[in-house]
Design a protein around this ligand. Structure first.
Ligand code: KMH
Ligand code: ZN
Length: 270
């Protein structure tokens, strides 16, 4: 069984002022995703930015970016419905109408740094139901133990189909801290048959990604989660982060999952 690498090239927060190699425009994102695919990434987690680098749920920009990626490689597209704190939930949820293979589903409203990440219970249920209708697989982003329980309630209500796909997001100010202890607590509580990866934000990115791999998880890599390759060294684009993750997987005597293998591992509708 291979390990799925998801590349998250852009995210909603980082700017080119912080790291000039951050891809923000459709063709830049497509080039970064293609390079990541060549290094072994099977999934691309996408956020979109407008021409001023602001996070956007603009369907035209999203469509152009996805088309540019699809011209270059068969990587599986996972659209973020988190988009960015400044964008309304109603605009964010419309992105699933593009019918990507996957989209994120953030189960709970929470503090997020100095802002608020709005995921109201009725909106989240409406979005889960629409994703189910369209055959878009949810990637459940859980930032704390209560978020896992909220997902299990939606599963019990028939809004989520197995295998459940979780991202354990640690290190957001407002969610659980990026510690091995918190990762273990959440992994132990995942339901039978779940597939998962750790998303470790910031300084603990490398260590927690390695621990996640050793525990049997998948891996995420990219500038959404860290702008650094190691302490004091900025990454030059996404490729070094993805290449390092692929190397880590091989060093642990594991293999990197192909796109076809990922479709079956994640239980994606074919
Ligand atoms: N950057 C993540 C911590 C999503 O993509 O749906 C939050 C996020 C959620 O971007
Ligand atoms: Zn994201």
């Amino acid at each position: 069984m291979g390990v799925v690498i998801t590349v998250a090239p852009t995210g909603p927060i980082a700017t080119t002022a912080e790291n000039s190699t951050l891809p923000t425009q459709p063709l830049e994102i497509a080039a970064a995703v293609h390079a990541a695919y060549l290094e072994g990434a099977a999934v691309a987690h996408l956020h979109f930015r407008d021409e001023n680098e602001r996070p956007t749920a603009d369907l035209g920009i999203a469509r152009d970016t996805i088309a540019a990626i699809e011209e270059r490689c068969p990587i599986l597209i996972q659209v973020s419905t988190g988009v960015g704190l400044s964008v309304s939930f109603e605009d964010r949820e419309r992105l699933v109408e593009l019918r990507p293979r996957m989209a994120t589903l953030n189960p709970c409203t929470m503090s997020f740094g100095s802002g608020e990440f709005r995921n109201p219970p009725d909106g989240v249920r409406r979005l889960a139901a629409r994703m189910q209708e369209l055959g878009v697989k949810p990637e459940l982003e859980i930032y704390d133990t209560g978020h896992l329980d909220a997902c299990l309630r939606m599963r019990d209500e028939g809004l989520l189909d197995g295998p459940l796909q979780f991202s354990i997001v640690l290190g957001v100010a407002g969610g659980a801290a990026a510690t091995p202890d918190n990762l273990l607590t959440l992994v132990r509580r995942l339901p039978e048959g779940a597939v998962w990866q750790i998303i470790a934000i910031g300084k603990a990115n490398l260590e927690l990604t390695a621990i996640g791999l050793a525990l049997g998880g998948n891996a995420r890599a990219g500038m959404e989660d860290t702008l650094y390759l190691r302490k004091g060294e900025m990454t030059q684009g996404n490729t070094p982060l993805v290449a390092r993750t692929a190397q880590l997987i091989r060093d642990l005597d594991l293999s990197v999952a192909s796109v076809d293998e990922t479709v079956s591992l994640l239980g994606l509708p074919v």
